[in-house]
Design a protein around this ligand. Sequence first.
Ligand code: XLS
Ligand code: NI
Ligand code: NI
Length: 436
Amino acid sequence: MSYFPEVSKIEFEGPDSRNPLAYKYYNASETLCGKSMEELLRFSVCYWHTFRGTGVDPFGAPTMDRPWEDGTDSVDMALKRVDVAFEFIEKLGAPFYCWHDRDVAPEGSSLKETNEILDRVAAKLKAEQERTGIKLLWGTANMFSNPRFMHGAATSCNADVFAYGAAQVKKAIEVTHELGGENYVFWGGREGYHNLFNTDMKRELDHLASFMHMAHEHAKSIGFTGQFLFEPKPKEPTKHQYDFDAAACLNFIRSNGLEDVVKLNIETNHATLAGHTMMHELEYSSMQGYLGSIDANTGDLLLGWDTDQFPTDIYLTTQCMLVILKQGGLAPGGINFDAKVRRESFEPIDLFYAHIGGMDTFARGAKIAAKIIEEGRLAEIVTNRYSSWDSGIGAKIEAGEVNFADLETYMLKKGEADPSGSGRQELIENLINEYI
Ligand code: XLS
Ligand code: NI
Ligand code: NI
């Protein structure tokens, strides 16, 4: 039984190909910066948008044509969907996939039954992983869809809801471990507030910290050594999400003793919702050793919400890859397409076009960034720009050898500071364009 009979394995055909079902730039075995593209880019397909997305939006009903769906959220349907997913990922040739517990398996009538259903589906996921060699990049728990989480999960005002969330994350980590997951993600779905008048923010954040420590303890106790990742997002669904951006997450991590426990999973559309560029969020996390993985997508500048579109902008992926290459890749993280086809692109084949486009755009960005790094022209401009720190007073300041009084003496003698030279912003922008 094939669910995508009109598609065979997507192959690399090179930039001259006009076949929409072929890669023009993503060539899994081609070497870039000492790694094969497959090892460097570590592409992942997300289960939620790709296999559970319906095209529903706040104004309209589902639009997606998915002939294999029977309209139910039954266990049988969940098991059948595993076949669909693995046929798709295998034909695409992506090495990884990701899920929320509730994407892959429906809830039962009690937590016990829900866990049993998840185990049944997980057994099939494991068999398919073994059959195809496709690996789990990360697992996570959906603690935002069910109404019980209306006030949050780890930051809920209700202790029973906190306990339910803990039990759910315990199970999700165990299943991630069972499936060889390389990371475990915490996106704080409803961890935030709509109204500060009814919110004890201090108490909620303290609860979140204990939740994280308990999660870490449990992971250790079962031998799960995968990387924990926070996924920053500033708003949506709450007005203010606690994991606002990389800086807010790092402040939380450091003020709660989680430095060796959690890194960050940075998502493009979340960066822009926070008023940052993706490059800023990547650079900020990476310079401190906290860039763990990315959720690759893009927003629409004219729409103010998380549209999670597939990345097709070469300039954007070049910026991403400049940072990723500088830190030597993302492993054990990867590039996960947390992206959905738009609701007018409702045919199954659109899922292929979307992923092929995203993978090619990143592969192209990677090649461009590798060339920029290799030729070193940009790096030279930056090195020269900071050269006053390499010797003389600059080197002394960096070495901690001078104090304010020394600097006053130095400047009194010198009389004036010359801030030369030009920032060369236009020249640099032209230079980047030369490579694109
Ligand atoms: C939602 C988030 C979500 C996480 C996983 O905006 O991006 O999809 O990646 O819970
Ligand atoms: Ni995401
Ligand atoms: Ni998102």
